[in-house]
Design a protein around this ligand. Sequence first.
Ligand code: ADP
Length: 447
Amino acid sequence: MFEKVLIANRGEIALRIHRACKEMGIATVAVHSTADADAMHVRLADESVCIGPPAVRDSYLNVPAILSAATVTNAEAIHPGYGLLSENASFAEIVTEHGFKFIGPRAKHIAMMGDKVVAKRVIAEAGVPVVPGSDGPVDDMDAAIRAADEVGYPVLVKASAGGGGRGMKVARDERELRHAIPAARTEALAAFGNGEVYLERYLDRPRHIEVQILADEHGNVVHLFERDCSLQRNHQKILEEAPALVLDDAARHRIGEICCEAVRKIGYASAGTVEFLYEDGEFFFIEMNTRIQVEHPVTEAICGLDIVRETIRIADGDKLSVRQEDLAINGHAIECRINAENPETFAPSPGRITEFHTPGGLGVRVDSALYSGYVVPPYYDSLVAKLIVHGANREECIMRLRRSLEEMVVGGIETTIPLHQRLIAEPDFATGSYDIHWLERLVAGTK
Ligand code: ADP
């Protein structure tokens, strides 16, 4: 096993990776920007290296600085976490070329899934149903109009290099499409340096259901069932749960098997998530994420497995520690993403934490890098804590979530805790009657 791992990330996920390493007897190296000198992941890691000023392009995306940090500390492997460099194929390649192990899939699989047009084609060829749409990217307006006529309105214009919900525009008719195409291209170019776009049928009331996969370098693949991540705002997940209420065991095993088969066919190794929209009993693939996800703890809760530990073991060449027949769903789990934001306007709310109290008790987990006196910097993602609760069933889980949200105190900044309290009190949430647009209707008061 590796003796030392460098964690190329910050915040709660850096801490999460640090914890998995320590439990495996692995020493950790934190890297950080000047703004994160006092961050929890830096305090707890065995060693730390400052890699640049606050802006991510100068620090957490600064590949030469990260490689230098790995070299001077003698780290053997680099864990990228999520976001930042985690889905950057050239980073994975450079890390490997420099003699370090990249804790994630091979560069070619990151590149394959990072281009969503390619991903859809490869996945469709591997036997997975995909959202109907244009046959590849649409190069000009005439091609876009022809493709939209074939797909049928409304259509969604999406960026081939997309991520984080950016570069996505709905068009309900040709007139809207004429605006949506250049708008999506401009947004995609600014966000990803690649303005290529494609079209998909816009589904009106789907749920977002994703399957967690683990695959090793020896051809073993398992699925850890699914998560329902339909509660979103601006195409960004807010609350996730596992298992999905709308699937019965037969549907669950069928889609899990389809995903395992596809992953086996392409020779993928590491953790991965196959994302679907689910409407009227049908699954439609949208993308595959080639990294650990923010919402992985809900799966850990129902499966009793440490997914980060598995990613480290897989990178070290070990076989998966579980077989499909060993895996079963135990109870129900829900995760609330707690952001440093105003719960109504969603304006960012960085600043000093004056008070921090986390809920506890049976079935309660808080993944957060906050502490009392810590200053949430204004430069980074607004996610500051994840509250994950587990119960014997969904009802128990919701009751536990309600009391945990009441117990939790984050003083000094505004957070989305009140939004979570409001949404879990809704009758539609209790009955599980929601789709990917439900939360936006609730927030807009049009529900
Ligand atoms: P990103 O990589 O930017 O996160 P995804 O393809 O994963 O983009 O989509 C993010 C979210 O956008 C989905 O969870 C869903 O809410 C919405 N979405 C994506 N494709 C469609 C579609 N064809 N119809 C309706 N909503 C969609």
